[in-house]
Design a protein around this ligand. Structure first.
Ligand SMILES: NC(=O)c1ccc[n+]([C@@H]2O[C@H](COP(=O)([O-])OP(=O)(O)OC[C@H]3O[C@@H](n4cnc5c(N)ncnc54)[C@H](OP(=O)(O)O)[C@@H]3O)[C@@H](O)[C@H]2O)c1
Length: 281
């Protein structure tokens, strides 16, 4: 299979390396293409600007571009304009496209009451940036080539250690009231992208990409404090979580045969603390 990764940073590169190991030929597009490791074939472009010559034999496009900022304009450039630019060019060149996999986010949901969320839960983003992500899912789904969106929870992994840094700095607070968080290790997210890129038949329009265990943030922080050997943070007022309060189910993705290597934050963070893996620049 000939694959093009659009916006190949940490997640896209991990996906690309796994796809290469599975025998696929992977081109990867980003601004700093010189950072891409072999055997990925780098293509440099600042999207949605002019494109280099794209290979015309691309069959699967995996979109992992990230926005440069948290404002709506940056989101529109990254999630709407950049993918459209690449997919238009591939379609115009007559590429034999069979599937587009779009990396989406659980930010498409507006659930705040701790209830269960599935792919059938209506999207209701609480921010303009979430609305752009919903629009981006709709835009890829409206193209001629079949598209699938992977709605990822909070990605953590090697070098992605925001919670650990806050705990080490003594800045963490166990939120009162507590909220659920939904996480996925970077490697499980990359494997889910590969799984959806290669799934036989016609995948569903979207899948939730989270581990097996939605967890209270206080529980995650208490566990990590224990692993780090620092005091469990005090309970207190914490800024409202960007992720709302929801318990995302991975049942649909699991039913297709994907299973996380790190079923919960415990296994995943233990691997991070053991220094396993690298963050791709
Ligand atoms: N972090 C989370 O918890 C989370 C949750 C849900 C979904 N996601 C999504 O997962 C995806 C991948 O995340 P990540 O952590 O792998 O991000 P990342 O490491 O920041 O990688 C993003 C890539 O996009 C490229 N890029 C950005 N703007 C570009 C532009 N204008 N033209 C060309 N390339 C551009 C960057 O290229 P250069 O570095 O060369 O500039 C980089 O390679 C993103 O869509 C993110 O929103 C993340």
């Amino acid at each position: 299979m000939n694959v093009l990764v659009v916006g190949s940073g940490d997640l896209g590169t991990e996906f690309g390396l796994r796809a290469s190991r599975a025998g696929h030929r992977v081109h990867a597009l980003r601004r700093r293409a010189h950072l891409l490791p072999a055997p990925l074939v780098g293509l440099a472009a600042e999207l949605p600007g002019p494109l280099p010559d794209l290979p015309t034999d691309i069959e699967v496009v995996v979109i992992t571009i990230a926005a440069d900022g948290r404002d709506e304009a940056a989101y529109r450039r990254a999630y709407l304009e950049a993918p459209a630019r690449v997919l238009d060019a591939l379609e115009d060149a007559g590429a034999p496209l069979r599937r587009v996999v779009f990396t989406s986010s659980t930010a498409v949901y507006g659930v705040e009451d701790g209830s269960e969320v599935t792919e059938g839960t209506p999207t209701a983003p609480t921010r303009a940036t979430g609305e752009v992500i919903v629009a981006a899912e709709v835009a890829v789904a409206a193209r001629r080539v079949p598209a699938v969106s992977l709605r990822l929870g909070g990605v953590y992994g090697p070098g992605r250690e925001r919670l650990l840094r806050r705990l080490r700095a003594g800045e963490a607070v166990l939120p009162e009231p507590d909220v659920h968080t939904n996480r996925i290790h970077r490697d499980d997210a990359a494997e889910a992208l590969l799984h959806l890129a290669t799934l036989p038949g016609v995948p569903a329009a979207c899948y939730l990409g989270v581990d097996d265990e939605p967890a209270l943030l206080g529980e995650v922080l208490s566990f990590l404090a224990g692993e780090l050997g620092v005091p469990v943070p005090p309970r207190g007022h914490a800024p409202r979580s960007r992720g709302g309060d929801k318990r995302c189910s991975n049942a649909r993705l699991r039913a297709t045969g994907w299973a996380p290597t790190y079923p919960s934050f415990r296994e995943g963070y233990r691997a991070v603390l053991a220094g396993e893996g690298v963050r791709h620049p």
